[in-house]
Design a protein around this ligand. Structure first.
Ligand code: ARG
Length: 460
């Protein structure tokens, strides 16, 4: 049996059930890099403050590097009896460098230690999500540029509404993912605060320099209140909220891909590499990637709610409940990274069926608004113009054609204000081209959005 680092006042060993119930090393070993980095920073700070000698700190740092090498190589023996990643690493450090290893924990508690490890982990994860988001925006911009001239029905209420360019549709998602990037970058500011030096909850009597430790781990600043430092997990909740919004945006895009892949739409052709078949229906090509991503969105929301619930009634300061903060975050981290990467890859190779989009425009009478606006421009009050255009839709529908395929005579029967130039107005390209308002679907604003996103993408 391994002796517990905290076992001084205990006469009996831990019940096996309790050991299994309370251990966290099975999942928090994922924090090993952060734990080693935090410990190296702490050791250096202790030497700088004269609490340890320079040689002692040197040996600690070298010992920690030896432990890291073992973990990296996969030869490290993780022990559940040692509870968590922190005590596993410290125990092995002491085996390697001897009793000096016991000095590492001077002026530190696992409470501020785990808070730092977790903050370092969340910071790295958010950085990674940010990179993935930029990668996804880059693909959306590329595909938008390629399809600046492709038109399809824009919908409201999931009903054909007005023609838009495919570029405009894709750039709407680029705008969402850019906001997600900015949200993540902003959340990082609140993550990058070192809690080390708060110790168990009250600070410590050792003359520590928390700002030095903070800068050693690459953070800008340190905690301002020791009790808050060890019990705050809002940085992780905020990260999970960012993750939830990212997944929500991905899920909306997934829903469109699923719909568009249905032959009734037929707007996209799924590449074989991103589809799966059915074991019974030979004709099937299923959009499973998009479906799973949509499904996993709920899983990430679950992580957010799980963490918020863990925290909701916790009194100050550290409580063991907080050990439950890590798994939801790790799970969300895996899901967000994988989803962003695969979505970028899938979009890069997705086939857009331009002719199917085009055909859907005529079937949906998407130029009815144009006809109403045309009549209004010729003096007819808009309400009446709307009514006349409605009758044109009814007529076109009964003839099985689009409005643009009615004859001039047919249109003039509905209103004497119609002239030959109406056909120019009714052209779908014209409808799109005339929407030159800021942010509109016209070629000017679309090119503007692409240029602006390209500038953004080249910024460091
Ligand atoms: N495994 C613990 C956690 O994740 C580490 C901190 C334990 N602190 C304590 N006082 N038992 O929260």
């Amino acid at each position: 049996m391994v002796a517990k680092p905290w076992g001084g006042r205990f006469g009996q060993g831990t019940d096996a059930l309790v050991e299994a119930y309370t251990e966290s090393v099975s999942f928090d070993r994922r924090l090993w890099r952060q734990d080693i980095a935090g410990s190296k920073a702490h050791a250096r700070m202790l030497a700088r403050q004269g609490i340890l000698t320079g040689e002692e700190a040197e040996s600690l740092v070298r010992g920690l590097e030896a432990v890291a090498a073992e973990i990296e190589a996969g030869t490290f023996a993780w022990k559940a009896e040692l509870e968590d990643v922190h005590m596993n690493i410290e125990a092995r450090l002491t085996e390697i460098i001897g009793p000096l290893g016991g000095k590492l924990h001077t002026g530190r508690s696992r409470n501020d230690q785990v808070a730092l490890d977790f903050r370092l982990y969340v910071d790295a994860a958010l950085g990674e999500w940010g990179e993935c988001l930029r990668g996804l925006v880059a693909v959306l911009v590329e595909r938008a540029e390629e399809h600046a001239g492709t038109l399809l029905p824009g919908c409201t209420h999931m009903q054909p509404a007005q023609p838009v360019s495919l570029a405009q549709h894709l750039l709407a998602y680029a705008a969402m993912f850019r906001r997600d990037f900015e949200r993540v970058a902003d959340a990082k500011k609140r993550v990058r605060v070192s809690p080390l030096g708060a110790a168990a909850l009250a600070g410590t009597t050792y003359p520590l320099d928390p700002l030095f430790t903070a800068s050693e781990v690459g953070f800008e600043t340190a905690f301002s209140n020791s009790m808050d430092a060890v019990s705050d997990r809002d940085f992780a909740a905020e990260g999970l909220f960012c993750a939830s919004l990212i997944m929500m945006h991905l899920s909306r895009l997934c829903e469109e891909i699923v719909l568009w892949a249905n032959p009734a739409f037929g707007f996209v052709a799924l590449p074989d590499a991103f589809a799966t078949g059915s074991s019974i229906m030979p004709q099937k090509k299923n959009p499973d990637v998009a479906e799973l991503m949509r499904g996993r969105t709920g899983r990430v929301y679950g992580s957010l709610v799980s963490l918020l619930t863990v925290l909701k009634a916790l009194p100050l300061a550290y409580n063991r409940d907080m050990q439950e903060d890590k798994e939801p975050f790790f799970d969300a981290d895996d899901t967000v990274r994988a989803s962003l990467r695969i979505m970028a890859e899938m979009l890069r190779v997705l086939g857009f069926r331009v002719e199917r989009m085009r055909a859907a425009l005529a079937a949906g009478f998407l130029n009815a608004t144009e006809l109403a606006d045309y009549l209004a421009a010729r003096g007819l009050p808009f309400r009446e113009a709307h009514h006349v255009a409605g009758r044109a839709v009814a007529l076109a529908e009964s003839r099985g054609r689009g409005i643009e395929a009615l004859t001039l005579a047919e249109l003039r029967e509905l209103s004497g204000l119609v002239d030959e130039d109406v056909f120019e107005t009714l052209a779908y390209e014209t409808a799109v081209a005339r929407r030159g308002v800021r942010g509109g679907t016209g070629p000017g604003p679309v090119a503007g959005q692409i240029a602006e996103l390209r500038r953004w993408l080249t910024r460091p």
